[in-house]
Design a protein around this ligand. Sequence first.
Ligand code: PA5
Length: 397
Amino acid sequence: MIKFDFNTYTKNYFSELEYLKILEKKSDIISKFNSSNMIGWTRELDQSIIDDIKATAKYVKENFELLVVIGIGGSFLGSYAFDKLFRKYFNDDKFEVIYAGTTLSSEYLDELVNYLKNKNFCLNVISKSGTTMETTITYKVLKDVLKRKYNSEELKKHIIVTTDKEKGSLREEVNTLGYKSFVIPNDIGGRYSFITPAHLLPLSINYDIDDIIKGYFHGKRLIDRAYDYAATRYLLSKHGKVVENYCFCEENMLYFGEWLKQLFAETEGKDGKGIFPTSTLYTRDLHSLGQFIQDGNKILFETYIKIKDNNYYLEYNGKNLNDINNIVIDSVIRAHSEGNVACLEIELDKLTIENITNLIYFFQLSAAFSGYLFEINPFNQPGVEIYKKEVRKSLEN
Ligand code: PA5
């Protein structure tokens, strides 16, 4: 169960009339959304794809020691953030999945190559365009490790490609070399691709993807809440609150914050518009950014994602530690709101696959609605292309 409160600590920042005006746009925005050709992520998956993912996960677990996933941005954050949420902090016993390709750190890659040298591993390279620099370089380096050990027939068994159905160099490689492959559909952009093989395959190694898929589509019922969230943020931004801080109280949620940052930054940040997303871990960051948030420039609002009951029953002075954490967070919300920071709250009764996948759908819907409220295209990312062009020019010289 998820509880939303976008009202208690925001009502001083805009009028009822302003809110009603945004509400009047709702049906128009929903029809714009419904007529977009980039909402393939609202469509149920074919059973044949689900079966193929499950069979491939079984093949990986039965034949290899570990899976190495290569991808960046929308081809990385969804499954990585989800996996972080549900692994144990210590002595985790899940199948080993390593993520690579998210930086050009030669130190990381060199250590990874050394680590993999004597391991029996499978590669899953994920790129919708098939041309992303970080992914291409990492794939080449790790494929070379395999090439040093196997002939081309053997190599084939160690590589799984997830990419566009027709375009890009990865698809060409699949067509010429016969690698196992999955498709990221044309009508789903990277940051909205959680419900595609780009994320479901890496997740299927350790999780029941039927639960993930069911929970994700169950998020559809939250459409009104999603509009409400988009509308509240939009109005706050019109009143100078142009930075949104996602606040977490559990360390394992930090990458969910990274996923949110990518989703909203790439969706809204265009034409000089949008809200800058950032994130904090409380109570840790009360001892650093907390000073600015409480007392600094009043450009911020906060969205808290709280877990009511985390199933751990440690006590301090006769009080449940999780309750203490929640009491502290509620006090922080009151303190920050006294410091002129608008606060929105989302409370999960527990950290479950159902709740998290509901939230993924909810946030994707909100981000898209928000794009239409800001009158920008929610599904492109022209700003990202500009750096890619510059890099290509420099590396070619
Ligand atoms: O959301 C997006 O579209 C981007 O963040 C992409 O996912 C990212 O740039 C990686 O692209 P690709 O999957 O083509 O390698």
